[in-house]
Design a protein around this ligand. Structure first.
Ligand code: ADP
Ligand code: AMP
Length: 216
């Protein structure tokens, strides 16, 4: 099964993708994570992407589609959860081609519907474990034991340089202008299912699982 999680920054795509990975053996393909890894490693892609990401703008379609193709080639038989890709109509077209070339197709496009007013708080409160990447939030998802990662026991945490209020506004504007318009393309193909992204994290997962199991 191959699915897209679609929604504005902070909608909960990464949170849900990681829960689905643990529960269903699917693999999260996050272009944001791939680009951050490239920036950290100082690769040519990373050097090109760094300033664009810090400004909250979109990296070029060619770069992200190439990253997705490479990662899919390493997946074997596992199902893919696309998180943060596609973000433009051109990327949606590339994804069709990338999947077809590999004998895959899209099963669902799951839109996480959220209240925009809540997103700034979600994003400015976001932090992750520096060792394993487990995601947390200052108000909504603190580690069970203070300063200790639930997943790996690590004690170091980090915040993204682009998770500040000003950049978040640009990222939301990019979403509205370039990403939201791809929903009708998938709607015309009968692929879109909507989930209330304002529910608590476990309930959102339940709603997605119901879709994947054909119960919704
Ligand atoms: P995205 O990948 O869509 O940008 P994340 O999954 O990183 O969003 O979620 C953004 C922040 O909001 C994280 O700190 C996460 O812990 C928190 N979060 C995610 N889903 C929910 C939810 N349903 N309710 C409250 N907080 C949430
Ligand atoms: P994310 O981790 O999904 O919030 O993405 C962080 C940043 O990486 C975005 O603000 C963009 O600059 C860049 N990025 C991630 N995915 C894409 C994509 N599919 N297309 C263009 N830029 C992307």
């Amino acid at each position: 099964m191959n699915i897209i999680l679609l929604g504005p920054p902070g909608a909960g795509k990464g949170t849900q993708a990681s829960r689905l990975e643990n529960e269903r053996g699917m693999v999260q393909l996050s272009t944001g994570d791939m680009l951050r890894a490239a920036v950290k490693a100082g690769t040519p892609v990373g050097l090109q992407a760094k300033a664009v990401m810090e400004a909250g703008e979109l990296v070029s379609d060619a770069i992200v589609s190439a990253l997705i193709g490479e990662r899919l080639d390493q997946l074997g038989e596992a199902g893919a959860i696309f998180d943060g890709y596609p973000r433009t109509a051109a990327q949606a077209e590339s994804l069709d081609q990338i999947l077809a070339e590999r004998g895959r197709s899209l099963d669902h496009v799951i839109e996480l519907v959220v209240d925009e007013d809540a997103l700034v708080e979600r994003i400015t409160g976001r932090f992750t474990c520096a060792s394993c990447g487990q995601g947390y939030h200052d108000a909504f998802k603190l580690p069970a034991v203070a300063d200790t990662c639930d997943a790996c026991g690590g004690h170091e945490f980090k915040r993204r340089p682009d998770d500040n209020e000003e950049t978040v506004r640009t990222r939301m504007a990019e979403y509205r202008a370039k990403t939201a318009p791809i929903l009708p393309i998938y709607e015309a193909r009968g692929l879109v299912k909507r989930v209330d992204g304002m529910a608590d994290i476990a309930h959102v997962t339940d709603a997605i699982e119901a879709i994947l199991d054909g119960r919704a």
